[in-house]
Each structure stands twice: as C-alpha cells, then as structure tokens.
Design a binder for this molecule. Structure first.
Ligand code: MSP
Length: 511
C-alpha cells in the first residue's frame, strides 16, 4: 500500500467543535502524520455538513439565513482545527458548488440505472439523527441517541432501492473480515443485515425543507441529508481530477464514531454499488466519550471545548490524553484530573525528564558538544534494542489502530532510557576524569535516543517531536524518511541546545 485517503465525518454545523469531534480529528491527524512520515502518499479530508432540517432550525433560532449561519460555524470548525495544528489536506463543505454538482450527477446516474422510484412513506423520523427509525430500534419509544420520541412523518418522496444491494453487501462483508473494524461493529452491521433491508427515503419535499440540494430530476424536492453528506468523500476526491480519484479513492479509510455506523456501513456502500463506484477500503469505528461518566450535552453544561483544554494544558498534552486514555473502538471517559496525572506521570516525569536530563548533562560535561562514542557495553545495546522494539511495536499497533498501545510502547522506550541513566550513572562517573570517555559514550547514546524519540513521538505529539529536534538542533525534515542507524543519527562535535522543560508539571486545579 503506497497511498492512503483518510477521512473524518463532516460535522454538522449546528454545534460548535467539542471533545467528540476533536477526538476523531486527533486520531486521523495522528494516522495521517504517521503515514506521511513512512513515505505514504497521504490525503486527509475533513469538512462540515451543512444542509437539512436541524441546520435550518438552528439558523432560524439565531435569526441568520442558513447559509450565513453555516458560513460562520464552518469557519469556526476550520479555525479550531487550525489552532490545534491539525494538518488536513482539504476541507469540504456540502454547500460547495462542486459538491452540489457531484451529488446531482450521482443522483442522475443512480436514477438512470433504475434504482430510484417515487412513493409514499410514513415513518418515525428523528431530526437529531436525520433518519427514519424502525419501531424495534427505539428504546421505550425513543431514539436511543437523542432520547426523544421521533415524529411520525408521512409524505411522498423518492426512494433508493437499497434492498437490491443487501446480498452484495453481505457477501462483501463476509469476504473482507476486517472491512469494518473493530469486529464488534462489523457484527453490528451484520445484525442490521439479518433483517430484510428497506429502501432508503432520499428526498424531502421543498414544501417542508428548502435547505438542501435539488434533485436533478424533480426540482420540487431536495436530497435527504445522508445522500448528500456521504458523497462528500467521493466528491472531494473527484474535485482533484480523475487520476487522483482512481488512485486515492480505493484507498479510503473512513473514521467515524459508532453513532453513524448504519449510514456508513449500510447506506454508503449500497449507494456506491448503485453508482458503480468502488467501495472504500476500511470503515474504522471508534467509541463515544463521556464526561465524568455522563453523556456530553449542552443541557448538562458539560461540553468540553478543545481550545479551552489546549489553552490550559497545551495541545500535545490534550492530544496525548485523548490518544492514551481511550482504546480505539471502545467508549472512554474524560476527567480533567486523569489528564493532569497522565501528563505529569508520562509526559513530565518520563519523556520530559529524559530530554532535560540528557541535554543538561551534555551541557555540563561537554559544553553542549556531542562527544566521541566508543565501544558499546551491554547496557548500551539494551538501550538500542529498546528503541528498535518500540519502533516495531508502534508499527504493529498503528496497523491495528492501537493508538494507546503505540504510546505505551514508545514510553517503554523512554522509560528504559531513564533507567539507563540511573544504571550507567554518568553523573557519578564524571567525577573521575579517566571515566570521561565512557560518560561521552553514554551521552551519545542518550542523544541518539532523543532523536529516535522525536521521530517516534511526532505523529502523536507533533509539537513535542519538533521541539526535541530543535533542541538537538537538527532539521525538521529528519522526522520523516527511514530511521537513521543507531549511532549514526548525530555527528561527533554537533552542538545541542540548552535544556528546557518540555512539560512543566501541572498542579492540580483547585476545585
Ligand atoms: N454530519 C454527520 C456525519 C456525516 S459524515 C458523511 C454527523 N455529524 S456530527 O457533527 O454529529 O458528528 C458525529 C461525529 O462526531 C461522530 O461520528 C464522531 O466522529 C464525533 N463525535 C461526536 N460526539 C462524540 C463523542 N461524544 N465521542 C466521540 N466522538 C464523537 O453525524
């Protein structure tokens, strides 16, 4: 695999960016940086989902036009991701003109193939989810996500013959066991497919909703939000031309949370089949964040704003917490005191300490200049092995979306390096002039460990990776490309900078 096309959901503009959106963004940004550093041709897509009932309602509540409202919140999403240092390659908006044309083109194509028909439908509709629910999907008569009873909606609409594709979809899932991962979500989709699949209502009459993309074959209707939104993944790729589309689209890796599994695991692949477009490569599904055990919600007043967290703790500390505290695929719980203790323990005491101790000893004993390195002793080999092992474990975990385990593997490496300082005791050896060559070797090994640490940590904590390289006074280009052989990363006589505290210890916030 030499290419990858990574996507996040496009977020509804009826809410401001919060912890949940940020988690998906951080996961995908980490994956994108990891892939780029390994030399993969990587494209990272995100954006905003701007049509539909609930956006029109939210705009109405502020007295803005839907477009002015969507412009404002979409800009807010973009500026939040920019402030968090998320490096996406394209930001799509469903109100973009090329997207509108693409959606209409696909609708025409699916219609031409005979997969769209006009009919009447009555059903239970949840505006929060923008979809119809079957009676049995409800919990106590309410939408399981929004905990409100869906409205009974009965109207004439256009339908997509989703049912036609049920067997093909089932066969695809069976032939590709890790297509939807982790497995629990694959099983959930198989569960949906155990029952006969109904056709999908894909329109809304303009008499009820104007804020959408017109059906090209009947201007009295607009498309249903999901038919519009899901196509963002392909319209953004098509915008870059045929060669890009043909090369990147089949390498699509979608990242979503479990709340939108059905649209991505059922509607989307069947839509692609009907449009004659190849299927995506993987659907990667993560769990949901709660806040101190509660669902995050405006009404509970516990919505976590990412920029408030990064202002308080720094971007990398926040990223670290999100990636380290959750197991991809499972739910996770946000607690500020856990964030603080992880940052103090893992970042300040382990990683940060290694950097500052190494640099200060190089300053103290060699005025910042890297000394000669002589014959390695067994402990030196062990240190080298710790970093080779960390690199290969990280690789293995990243293949399986084990972000937390990759970070654990990395910190086992830096922990080993801290122990190496304790075991080799350069500060004691330095008291005897005859031991200075050995002290030099130890510090060379530690500087090498820092270079490897910078490269390994950078996809997860980009600022930290960059800052370590800066302290080592080497070019940021050294973050990518093949790893240098141990001992060959930095030259004798190269001057390192004076130490700084990368992660000052955070005092517990007064409650
Ligand atoms: N617009 C649709 C997606 C269309 S994609 C073709 C949508 N938008 S959303 O704004 O509601 O975003 C849902 C996504 O936000 C989730 O799938 C997940 O990526 C992220 N999260 C929102 N809340 C979350 C949590 N509490 N926890 C984890 N992720 C969450 O659905």
């Amino acid at each position: 695999m030499d290419r990858t096309y990574l996507t996040t959901p496009i977020f509804y503009v009826n809410a401001e960016p919060h912890l949940g959106h940020t988690y998906t963004m951080v996961v995908v940004d980490t994956m994108a940086r990891y892939c780029r550093a390994r030399g993969l041709d990587t494209f990272f897509l995100t954006g905003t989902d701007e049509h539909g009932d609930k956006i029109a309602e939210a705009a109405g509540a502020t007295g803005e036009t839907p477009k002015a409202y969507a412009d404002r919140i979409s800009t807010l999403f973009r500026s939040t991701w920019d402030a968090l240092g998320i490096r996406y390659d394209h930001f799509i908006r469903t109100t973009d003109e090329h997207h509108r044309r693409f959606v209409q083109h696909v609708l025409d194509e699916v219609n031409r193939r005979g997969d769209i028909y006009f009919g009447e439908y009555g059903g239970l509709y949840c505006t929060g989810c923008e979809r119809f629910y079957l009676e049995k999907e409800l919990v106590d008569g309410k939408c399981p996500d929004h905990k409100i009873a869906p409205k009974l909606v009965k109207e004439e609409n256009y339908f997509f013959r989703m049912s036609r594709y049920q067997d093909r979809l089932l066969a695809h899932i069976e032939a590709h066991p890790d297509w939807i991962r982790p497995e629990r979500y694959r099983n959930e989709v198989l569960g949906f497919l155990r029952e006969p699949l109904e056709d999908l209502c894909i329109s809304r009459p303009k008499s009820r909703l104007e804020w959408g993309i017109d059906l090209p074959f009947d201007r009295n209707f607009v498309t249903y939000v999901w038919f519009d939104a899901l196509l963002n993944y392909t319209s953004a790729a098509a915008l870059r031309g045929e060669a890009f589309f043909d090369g990147f689209w089949p390498c699509a890796e979608h990242f979503i949370a479990k709340d939108i599994l059905k649209p991505h695991g059922v509607y989307w692949p069947t839509m692609l089949m009907a449009a004659g477009i190849p299927l995506y490569r993987h659907l990667n599904v993560h769990g949901y964040w709660t806040v101190e055990g509660d669902k995050m919600s405006k009404s509970l007043g516990n919505v976590i704003a990412p920029l408030a967290m990064t202002a308080r703790y720094g971007t990398d500390a926040f990223r670290y917490f999100l990636l380290r505290e959750s197991v991809f695929g499972l739910d996770a719980d946000f607690r500020e005191e856990t964030l603080v203790s992880r940052c103090n323990g893992d970042l300040a005491n382990n990683l940060g300490n290694l950097v500052s101790r190494t640099l200060s000893m190089v300053q103290r004993y060699f005025q910042g200049k890297l000394p000669e390195r002589s014959r390695p002793e067994p402990l030196d080999d062990e240190l080298e092995r710790a970093f080779t092992t960390a690199a290969s474990e990280i690789h293995e975990h990243m293949r399986n979306l084990g972000f937390n385990r990759a970070l654990e593997a990395l910190l086992r490496g830096t922990d080993r390096a801290n122990k190496y300082i304790a075991e080799t005791a350069p500060f004691t050896l330095a008291k005897q002039p005859a031991q200075m060559p050995r002290v030099g070797t130890i510090l060379r090994n530690l500087a090498e460990a820092l270079l490897h640490t910078a490269r390994l940590v950078a996809p997860f904590l980009p600022d930290t990776g960059g800052r370590i390289l800066d302290l080592l006074d080497v070019s940021p280009d050294r973050l990518a490309g093949p790893a240098p052989r141990w001992g060959e990363g930095l030259a004798t006589g190269h001057v390192l900078k004076a130490p700084v505290a990368l992660f000052p210890r955070i005092d517990a916030r007064p409650s």
